[in-house]
Design a protein. Sequence first.
Length: 241
Amino acid sequence: MKHHHVCRALCLVTLVNGSSLCEAELCTGPSSPHGFLATYTNESVYDKSKRPPCALGADGATRVEVQLYLTQVNKVDVKLGQVEVNGYLRSWWTDMRLAFPNISAGGCFDTVALSGSAMLDRVWTPDLYIDNLVEMKETMGASLLEVSSDGSIWRSQQVVLLVKTHFDLGRLPYDENLAVIKVASYSQDITRMRVLARGGSVGAGISGTGIQAPAIDSQVWRFHDQDLPEPFKTEGRVEVS
C-alpha cells in the first residue's frame, strides 16, 4: 500500500508587525476524499459486495442503527390512513476495513466526508427499505456519508416519505394514534444484519430512539409526551419476523 506524505501548515499570526509564522507538520496517508477512496476502496483490498462483519476477525451479523430526524409533518390523512413527513433517514454501522490513522496517529484527518453517488457507490451500505412505504418523493439527491478513523460510519439521506398506518377513530374527538415507520434490510436476514433504533439493543423489544425532531407544533394534533418547545423523540422497537 502506497503512502502519500502531505504537509499541513500550522500558522501563528503575530499582530505586532503583521507577519505570520508557519510551521510545517508532516502527515501520512490520503489527504482528500478521492485519495481515501483510492487507497481504501481499491478493488484489490476492498470488496463492496461483502458486508462488514460485526467486528474485526469475527463473522457475526452486521449491526445497523437507524433513526429518522423529522423536520416537518406535511399531512395526516385519516381517511386513507397515510402520513407524509420530511426529514433525514440516518444510519450508523462499522466497517473496520475503512479504518485509517487519525491526526494524532500521523494521518491527515479524523473523519472523511463522502457525498454524491460516484463516491457513495464505492462503499458498502446497508440495503434498507421502508416496509410500509406508499411513496418516496425526490429530494435532489441530498446524501452524505462520513467515515471516522475507527471505521465507524454515519450516513444521512434527505427523504420525503408517505407511509401507510392505521388510525382508530373510535374515541373521537379524544382519539390517540400511533404512526409507524418500519425499516428493514431488503436482502439480509437477522443472521447477517441486525437493524435497530439508534442506541437500541439487539433483540425484539422497545429500545433506542427511532424518531427525533425539533419541537413540533400543530393546531390539529398533539404529539404525545411532548412539552413544547422541547425536542420531540420516540422510542424504537425491534420486531423479528
